[in-house]
Design a protein. Sequence first.
Lengths: 372, 493
Amino acid sequence: MADISVRSEAEVVDAVCEARERRRTLEIVGAGTKRAFGRPTHCDDILDVSGLRGIVTYEPEELLLTVLPGTPVTEINELLAANGQRLGFDPGDWGPLLGARANSGTIGGAISADVCGSAAVRYGRARDQLLGYRAVNGFGEAYKAGGKVVKNVTGFDLPKLMCGAMGTLGVLTEVTLRVFPKPSLSRVFSARAEPREGLALLRKIWSSPLEATGLGYADGTALIRLEGEELPLSEKAALLRTIGGELVEIADGDRRFHEIADGTGFSSMSCDVWLLTLPPANAADVVRDLSPPLWCADQAGGTLWIGTDQPMHEIAARFGGRARLLRASEARRANVSVFPPEEPARAALTRAVKAAFDPLGVFNPGRMAEGL
Amino acid sequence: MELAPPDPAILARRTEIVAGLKALVPDGVVSDRSGLAAFDGDALTARRQAALVCVLPRTKEQVAAVLKFASDNAVPIVPRGAGTSLSGGALPRADGILLGLSRMNRILEIDFENRCVVAEPGVTNLAITRAVEGRGFYYAPDPSSQIACTIGGNVAENSGGLHCLKYGLTTNNLLGVEFVTIDGNFVRLGGKGGSAGGFDLLGIVAGSEGLLGIVTEATVRILPKPPVTRTLLAAFQSVPDAGQCVADIIAGGIVPAAMEFMDRRCIEAVEAYSAPGYPRGAEGVLLIDADGIQAEVDDAIARMAAIARNCGAEVREATDEAERTRLWAGRKAAFPAMGRLAPDMLCMDGTIPRRMLPFVLARMAEMSEQYQLGFCNVFHAGDGNLHPLIIFDVMKPGELERAEGFGADILKLCVEVGGVLTGEHGVGVEKRDLMPIMFSDSDLAQQQRLKCAFDGAGLLNPGKVFPTLSACVEQGHMHVKSGRMPFANLPRF
């Protein structure tokens, strides 16, 4: 197995063309923090894209950031914070949970694995913020899609497809993201509550004009994060009390939200970890039906982290949601669907889409499902 | 832009096709000449074409049956909602079935607990807000045709509106669809819990302009209505000052609910039309909304007013709801106001990096001289989405061609300065031939391969979006039988 390091799009093209010619498969690896997520893929070679690193352009007044995909998320977060802005999808750091280093995951990895965090409840997921990209497809062609402006409907919205595709559709070589202003102050409030009551409280706030940037539930506690400038934030806090009653303001709130988005609580557990996306009002029922040993919620219940060795696809589907097996042993990931099983009509589309980007199956074969 | 001639073999089968559709939708086939005239185009008024036949299903099963029929008989399908597309997305074909979805207009479910509405494709955009506003909610994307345009059309075009910068386009407010493929199969993409897990096919269906399949049901997010909205009017003596003001507001960390720019010609036309009270003599005005809770709106308004004054603007605030409504009515009447100045109008839709605004406006004034056609500019300033309105008279020989040439030059300019051909109206037939300006051969090839993955025979809305749609085999789509890619006998996924 060769380890092919690339530092430019042209080198990616060369590597892909060579792989095509020699009928070899490539595992696309950035920092390698999420290699244990997805079905095990046994590729002939590794394509190391961590050298595709750096800021291409950052235009705070246009709310636009163009970077090379191997750029660490932490580096981007620091740059944006220095300019009073943030990544709206607020990706968590799955490194430690997946047995890899902390604070080293790349932006390309976060986009490809559809990682998001607490602020996504207000701003949306990576799919809502990836405006354009450059990539090399399985034909060995470099191409671009989308645009570098915040509003664009020219041609198919291919950037959506790259989010969560686990690198099976191509090698990203540049990404353009919409970014958001970050208010200067943030306050986090908490309330001890049973799951059903706690989640109902979060949804009540979600349905209010407070524009909360964090609505989580962990360890029997509902957590609410509000942001703003000084005066508006006090008014929001007052409004929150009229909605939620007496709440306790906590000092380490941001850390608590990070722990949810990073799955920190599951690190020391040996069971599988599942990530469910759900209609928020159904989260409490899922928890009741399962009574898992450890779970937490984000995005007002729209995301549920569950520690369990039972497969979750069926129950997620029953409650109108979808499940991903986020952490499990390699053997388990080879035998249990990591991503939601698809009915025949959709599976046919999925296969045809894969073939439209990578007909020879050069990239991460089998990573999402057998044969994909 | 020339449309391909109709396929004589299909025209020859017309009687049989009409009969076949009548068997599927007995009460919903329009085939007489005067009936078809009612469906002969959309809001790209310069283009008219009668369909081979129009079919108006009432149920999703009928939609699936029509698609299967089209597929089995190799007849093109053109989907249509309310026919408000500004890019000719619903322009019929002489050799194609026009599939009108306006009779599928029921709201199927309102789920306040999950903040979403499930609707059939023919439900109008505004009807969704009307259905939920009693409980203090609304549907955010608000294209100016919202009273008529349908949610199915909004999904197909990924429609925008005045509030996109803060609240996103249709795609950002769409949780799921039920969708029929050209073979007549139903596929559910996303749902009340969104679309995570697996390829985000929902994301590519949104904005696919009817080229990938037909949406028979959409689940959209509803938002709590902001309790307070305040409106500022800032008048500038120079366009660059207005551009600077927009940049400073965004750089100041404020995301206004709406921020609209109108140039001098537009102000004059609107004042002559409805006298909303814009300052005459200004080179441009910005109309800005802040919404949210009281203190946040007050804070944003105070900061934006200071920024605007700092940029040399004369600033005033709408004193009451009546004035607020009047100021916005003026903006929304910009199209009809301009329409009074000439019989025909072409509305362009490029997006540019905001910092290029003064340059682009100056260049457009030069082009106006060159083409000898009047125009004005309205502009979603917050997101850089330009709407130059070119006025002309289709009855005067050569004016349509000049107007289209002027429009094409504006869009080329948008791309040159780092922008895109269309921010919210779609490519349709209007901008189809301009796609190569923005996209290289390999960019377009990748998009066309995706089209082939959904519609290998190219029956869904052919002639739209892509200048030349190569046969799918040429795109490599058929190379699936490689040893590396065991497509056959796939287990479930």
